[in-house]
Design a protein around this ligand. Structure first.
Ligand SMILES: C[S@@+](CC[C@H](N)C(=O)[O-])C[C@H]1O[C@@H](n2cnc3c(N)ncnc32)[C@H](O)[C@@H]1O
Length: 242
């Protein structure tokens, strides 16, 4: 079924990351495989995708979530991306639905609605307060014992980031410390600042939201080795609702 879904127009593709057209499909498959590996996707699960964009990852899940026993719900602030996903993904997969939300608002779902959740390249775009609130909302709408998967730029300590030389993508020269544990750097391709959190900040906030942390990797990019692409620098954390 996924093969029936067309590619979004280039201007929408470029909002998803990794911002290179040839990687739109291959990178989405890579994320979907990570979700499968970490048991976020099961055929009978009700799955939440926070910051789903135009369904770059969702399109690879339509054959994996059973249309009679499972559902996918994607939310995002970009109504343009949501409209495209409704028209092109929900039209061939009725158990997949997409909804535009207001930035920073409550998620439009009841408590304990979902069996799992994921957020790819969302928290890299959010400030500390919205990140904290979205983690709390994720805990509210997911079931006790369920797993969540979310990518972050995570550093061990601030000196790792501030001491980094300008990298080959030339994005690490404009690092700012915003608050304790929260940094941003400028990404020229999208003319936007992206968020980086320290390990301790993330552990505290994820645990305070009501999760037990299962997997908490550091972004290798910030501790010396340059990934082949900046999008691979954000790493998936896995946490379980208590
Ligand atoms: C780099 S894109 C990633 C999209 C998708 N997860 C993917 O991997 O293709 C970041 C997405 O986060 C969305 N976003 C940014 N701020 C948001 C917020 N406060 N609430 C929900 N979505 C947000 C953007 O509209 C955008 O679609």
């Amino acid at each position: 079924m996924s093969s029936k879904i067309p590619l979004p127009p280039k201007d929408l593709q470029s909002t998803s990351g990794p911002f290179v057209e040839s990687e739109y499909i291959s990178h989405g498959i890579k994320q979907a495989n990570s979700l499968i590996k970490h048991n976020i996707i099961r055929s009978n699960y009700n799955v939440l995708d926070v910051g789903c964009g135009n369904g770059r990852v969702a399109r690879h899940l339509v054959d994996l979530i059973d249309q009679t026993s499972g559902t996918y719900r994607g939310i995002d602030i970009s109504s343009e991306n949501i409209d495209w996903a409704k028209e092109n993904i929900s039209s061939v997969a009725a158990h997949f639905s997409f909804k535009a939300i207001e930035p920073g608002g409550k998620f439009p779902y009841a408590d304990n609605s979902f069996d799992s959740s994921f957020a790819r390249s969302l928290y890299t775009h959010l400030d500390d307060e919205t990140t904290r609130f979205y983690l709390t909302e994720t805990a509210r709408v997911t079931k006790p014992g369920s797993y969540s998967w979310a990518t972050f730029f995570s550093i061990e300590r601030e000196t790792d980031l501030l001491a980094m030389p300008v990298d080959k993508h030339k994005v690490l020269r404009k690092v700012e410390k915003e608050k304790e544990g929260f940094f941003t750097f400028y990404r020229p391709e999208i003319n936007r600042r992206l968020s980086v959190f320290t390990y301790d900040w993330l552990v505290t906030e994820i645990e305070n939201a009501g999760f037990e942390i299962i997997n908490s990797p550091l972004s290798q990019w910030f501790s010396g080795s340059t990934p082949s692409h900046p999008s691979d620098a954000q790493v998936p954390w896995i946490f379980r609702k208590k």
